[in-house]
Design a protein around this ligand. Structure first.
Ligand SMILES: *[C@@H]1O[C@H](CO)[C@@H](O)[C@H](O)[C@H]1NC(C)=O
Length: 324
């Protein structure tokens, strides 16, 4: 709080107080000392009560208090600039000090300036977002806003995100004076390359220098079934004597899923198999084991070519080529 000046005019004096208001929303009512009216008006302290001094403001708000015992003029600390002036800047309040007898008026101006004494803060120190790796470029994700108890130019002005190759911040024009950040996907995510992305979101206010607050944005990339299954071998060649007993194991094939999720079951089936093959062999769909189902006869058939398909919901197949 600073008193900028007191103009000593005989009839109409104008006193100007400048107060820097740092907002505090908690606690008891405290009073900010603006100045001593008796001294600034050139009166004796007991004159204030004997001449029935009082403070008169247009809107009759009780934000000012004149202490007649010592002449101190006080401002209710719990008021904030927004309450006093709305968004009008500069915030100047006019009021009068009236002495009843003999009648005398003093014009007083109160210049209220918001002090940038609060940093923007986020409610949470981590924001978790789950984004599927197939998500289209340009998709936006609403992020949590920060709070700043200061007003006017000292309030929140901007958001930035730490440098990265996938996202940028957009601040949509919301119509009102509130600003909130949106995260925009700029380059596709790939779970198999990067399963999570950690970014720092910074909120900046308009003070000079600006104050800032940060939060972690943790992006979990969700895997989609974007990789075909792969067989380590494209051809399994097996020789089997014709006198193998029924149920004998012939070969086991296995496919590899390049999608990193392991809760997806791979299953195996014959693919476009002839009646002969279906009659002679069977495959365990879970383990890819091919077993003998009916006797082989070298004189009748000397080789079989079996296509086996493995699937995880997508599809991919390779051949197996047992010969007897
Ligand atoms: C917000 O920050 C970005 C990145 O630093 C900058 O390009 C932009 O001009 C800023 N916007 C405002 C309104 O200050």
């Amino acid at each position: 709080m600073k008193i900028r000046g007191a103009l000593a005019l005989q009839k109409r004096q104008v006193l100007i107080f400048v107060v820097l208001l740092g907002l505090s929303r908690a606690g008891n009512i405290n009073w900010i000392f603006l100045g001593n009216l008796a001294r600034d008006l050139g009166l004796k302290v007991d004159e204030l009560s004997s001449r029935e001094a009082r403070v008169v403001s247009d809107d009759n708000k009780k934000y000012l208090h004149l202490d007649l015992l010592n002449g101190d003029l006080l401002l209710n600390e719990k008021l904030d600039q927004e309450e006093l002036c709305g968004s009008t800047e500069p915030c100047v309040l006019h009021f009068q000090v009236v002495l009843e007898n003999a009648l005398q008026f003093f014009q007083v101006e109160l210049h209220v300036k918001d002090l940038n004494d609060h940093s923007p803060t986020f409610l949470d120190n981590e924001i978790l977002i789950k984004i599927s790796e197939g998500t289209a470029i340009g998709t936006t994700f609403l992020l949590e806003s920060a709070q700043d108890l200061d007003v006017g130019s000292n309030s929140l002005q901007n958001y930035t995100i730490s440098p990265n190759s996938h996202f940028y911040i957009k601040i949509p024009d919301s119509g009102d004076r509130k600003i909130y950040p949106e995260l925009v996907l700029d380059r596709a995510l790939d779970y198999e390359v990067e399963a999570e992305v950690r970014l720092t979101l910074t909120a900046l206010d308009g003070g000079s220098p600006p104050r800032s607050g940060t939060t972690l944005v943790l992006i979990k990339v969700l895997d989609i079934n974007d990789n075909a299954l792969e067989f380590p071998q494209s051809l399994y060649e097996v020789q089997v004597p014709e006198d193998r007993p029924l149920g004998s194991w012939i070969v086991t094939i296995s496919a590899k899923d390049l999608d990193a999720r392991n809760d997806r079951k791979i299953s195996y089936t014959f693919f476009h198999a002839s009646e002969d093959i279906c009659k002679t062999f069977e495959i365990n769909p879970m383990f890819g084991e091919v077993n003998l189902r009916s006797p082989l006869d070298f004189e009748a058939i000397q080789s079989y070519t079996i296509n086996i398909q493995s699937t995880d919901g997508g599809g991919s197949f390779r051949k197996m080529h047992p010969s007897s």
